[in-house]
Design a protein around this ligand. Structure first.
Ligand SMILES: Cc1cc2nc3c(=O)[nH]c(=O)nc-3n(C[C@H](O)[C@H](O)[C@H](O)COP(=O)(O)O)c2cc1C
Length: 326
């Protein structure tokens, strides 16, 4: 065994450890992304966290001032009535010379072509093998596959990582990043054993020193158990995994009511600005707090450097212990 876990993912992304911080709305700011990149992983800015494409340009510059290591930008493409100005967002990303983009959602083929032509390494994050195959066909370099455990949108197929990761690895030629349910070196070792060549984490990074959220939110993640997430929007076929709190319990209650709930009714509860305010004020119950089942495995609030070193060490120990069984 060499001293370092190295894969096609770490090589393609030019990073020391194949550990990626997935795009996180309201959390993926320059200090967060730079901390992950400085620790040897790939930090990711969240494009939609910035009010305008110009602000995203400034955030990219701010991140560059904080790290000389590679980092990415997440662009989540939502199907909404008034979509963000995606064209201008991509203009800014290309002009700024960012080398890695993580896309998620419904990405038009022209977007992939445009980013590829600009020499950008494309990670597409999705929740099913069929979407992964479609993305591979459209020329993405890496697929990040999000199991049912994940924070955010797990899709509607409900296939957890233990099945989804090897199913994706079997079907794809491009390297696969395992996402959802990973918080430590045990999860990383398992993902590598299943054939993934890197891991992506969201929730675990929210409970780090550098995450730009109130300490009470981090403490709530530490306190939560693996049963403490809720799936909102199941009835709207747009499932979203979030921390169990007064807001998400109310959303689920309204959805389960006879006749269900229309999105318009839920909107005031789930408004992005309300979630952002909760993250910043630390009033855990006041808005939606995105979190995955992996909260049950989070026991501390380390720095990103401590976290990544520990994960890497634990991962190697677990792989060696497993090899010793053979
Ligand atoms: C606070 C938070 C916000 C997130 N926002 C986004 C987002 O805007 N776009 C996206 O593609 N994924 C988003 N995600 C999902 C993560 O990028 C990642 O895929 C997911 O957290 C992996 O599952 P895990 O939380 O079990 O590690 C978010 C996750 C969290 C915890």
């Amino acid at each position: 065994m060499t001293g370092q876990v190295q894969t096609r993912i770490s090589q393609k992304l030019g990073i020391r450890l194949p550990i990626v911080q997935g795009g996180m709305q309201w959390v993926g700011t320059a200090p967060m992304a730079a901390a992950v990149s400085n620790a040897g992983g790939l930090g990711t800015l969240s494009a939609l966290t910035q009010p305008t494409p110009e602000d995203l340009g400034h955030e990219i510059q701010r991140c560059r001032a904080l790290t000389d290591q590679p980092f990415g930008v997440n662009v989540t493409m939502l199907r909404t009535v008034s979509p963000p100005p995606y064209e201008r967002i991509f203009d800014v990303i290309i002009a700024s010379g960012v080398k890695v983009v993580e896309t998620a959602g419904n990405v038009p083929e022209a977007v992939f072509s445009r980013l590829r032509e600009a020499g950008i390494t494309l990670i597409h994050k999705c929740t099913s093998v069929r979407h992964a195959l479609a993305a591979q066909k459209r020329g993405v370099d890496i697929v990040s596959i999000d199991g049912f455990e994940c924070a955010g949108h797990p899709g509607e197929d409900d296939v957890p990582g233990l099945v989804l990761i090897p199913a994706a690895v079997r079907a794809l030629q491009v390297p696969v990043i395992a996402s959802g349910g990973i918080a430590d070196g045990r999860g990383m070792a398992a993902a590598l054993a299943l054939g993934a060549e890197g891991v992506n984490m969201g929730t675990r990074f929210v409970a780090t020193v550098e995450a730009p959220v109130h300490d009470r939110i981090k403490q709530a993640l530490v306190a939560a158990r693996e049963t403490d997430t809720r799936l909102m929007f199941r009835t709207l076929r747009n499932s979203a995994r979030v921390l169990a709190n007064a807001t998400s319990e109310e959303v689920v209650r309204l959805e389960r009511r006879e006749g269900g709930a229309r999105f318009e009714e839920l909107r005031p509860l789930v408004a992005g600005e309300r979630g952002r305010a909760a993250l910043q004020s630390g009033q855990v119950d006041d808005g939606v707090v995105w979190a995955g089942q992996v909260v049950g495995l989070i026991d501390d609030i380390p720095s990103c450097a401590e976290l990544l070193e520990r994960m890497h060490r634990e991962c190697r120990e677990r792989l060696a212990a497993a090899a010793a069984l053979c």
